[in-house]
Write a protein of this length. Structure first.
Length: 263
């Protein structure tokens, strides 16, 4: 049995021991290997959809429509609860678009994310995704917009599409090489490191973005292993305990590292 078969079997065993649904996509960025398990299944995206928002921001900066140094002013009406810090800060605070990008990714700030969505527009973000071949991953509403959700709008993602997006970022093809470097630098500063990075060897570089809502728990990222970068997307739903879902993601990341990252 080769490494590919062993990795697939190991992941299947982890999934079989859970009581929910798990979608997995693993990509060996340099050697082109791919492994998919329910990778086309659509999940509520939670905050992993913030990576496509970052892609759209950097593409618009590259096109000269926006600048990372452009400023936005925090208003009370924009504050939403959940992850992040802006909801606790005083209105009138001035932030650059780069500040908002860092907050959106590194601490998953929902208010920062909504400010960027207002600026960029859901339609433009989804058009960018479609142009990149991501047709099932969609941003249909802002975070904590329950009125929109009641009308049937929500945010969706598949593991396969998100893993392919990560590969394009790592290969510096989704936008310019410089813009991709900027995105990866932001993602490598991720503060929520309890999923993909948790069981990897200490000091293993990881550029990732987590997401959690109700019974969904996800993480997507690039593991910089000794044998080369591995793009990984693990999306879960309906697992009875959040700790179990997080454990699933951790152990799948560890297997990917061991089987594809060391030889």
């Amino acid at each position: 049995m080769n490494n590919d078969d062993e990795l697939s079997r190991g992941i299947e065993e982890i999934i079989a021991a859970t009581d929910g649904v798990v979608g997995v996509a693993v990509r060996d960025v340099h050697r082109g290997r791919a492994l998919d398990l329910r990778a086309d299944e659509v999940f509520p995206s939670a905050s992993v959809i913030k990576v496509p928002i970052l892609v759209e921001l950097m593409a618009r900066v590259e096109a000269g429509e926006l600048g990372l140094e452009d400023r936005a002013v925090l208003r009370d009406a924009e504050k939403v609860p959940g992850s992040g810090v802006l909801s606790m800060l005083h209105a009138g605070l001035e932030l650059t678009l780069e500040d908002l990008a860092h907050l959106m990714i590194t601490v998953s700030d929902n208010t920062a994310s909504n400010m960027l969505i207002d600026l960029l527009g859901c339609d433009r973000i989804n058009a960018r995704l479609a142009g990149l071949g991501l047709t099932m991953t969609q941003l249909q509403r802002k975070f904590y917009d329950f009125e929109a959700r009641e009308k049937g709008f929500d945010n969706w993602a598949t593991a396969g599409e998100l893993a392919d997006l990560l590969v394009a970022i790592e290969r510096r093809t989704v936008v310019s090489a410089e813009a991709c470097e900027k995105m990866l630098a932001i993602m490598r500063k991720q503060q929520l490191d309890g999923k993909i990075p948790k069981l990897l060897p200490p000091d293993t570089p990881v550029a990732n973005k987590t997401g959690s809502i109700s019974t969904a728990s996800h993480d997507i990222g690039i593991i910089y292993a000794p044998a080369g970068p591995i793009a990984l997307a693990v999306l879960t739903r309906d697992i009875s305990e959040a700790a179990v879902a997080e454990g699933v993601i951790r152990h799948i990341a560890r297997l990917a590292y061991c089987y594809w990252g060391t030889s």
